[in-house]
Design a protein around this ligand. Sequence first.
Ligand SMILES: [Zn+2]
Length: 171
Amino acid sequence: MITPLTCPICGGKLHIVIETGLAVCDACQRTFDADPADVKKYGDLLRDAERLMRQNIVAGYEDAIRLFASIPFVSGAKEKQADCEKRLKELQDRIERHRAFLHREDEKNTKLGIILLILTIMFAVAAISGIVYLIILWSKGALSRTAIIVIVSVIVIAAALALFSRLRGGN
Ligand SMILES: [Zn+2]
């Protein structure tokens, strides 16, 4: 026997209450015994949908909504479907906000990268000009031995620091 979905007395819509195994008419409130096999089947569907809902993931909510929507005549299914839709919306909003946040971070990092590149180029130009200037001074014999040792030390340390920071940066 398959539980009818319309009231045999008044033709109103019936809803099935899993807990009591009854079919109740929305219009005249008469109650009928639902087929136990149907009650079990719809009860299992309801539990499956609730389990999917508890996963708290987009796919879980979507599957749960489909299951709840397939049994609108089961008591509580419509409310749970609406609850699912609300939670799904909240979850999707959270995911969207996170995505927007990551995008902003990405843009910030790109800007920072460009600024660092410009600073590096400016520093390199300044360093090369300085070295050329020093070579001119040196060729004219205007640099003392101490000055040359200091300049070479500074260049070696700067090169070592640049190399170190590049290695630490990983790229
Ligand atoms: Zn009825």
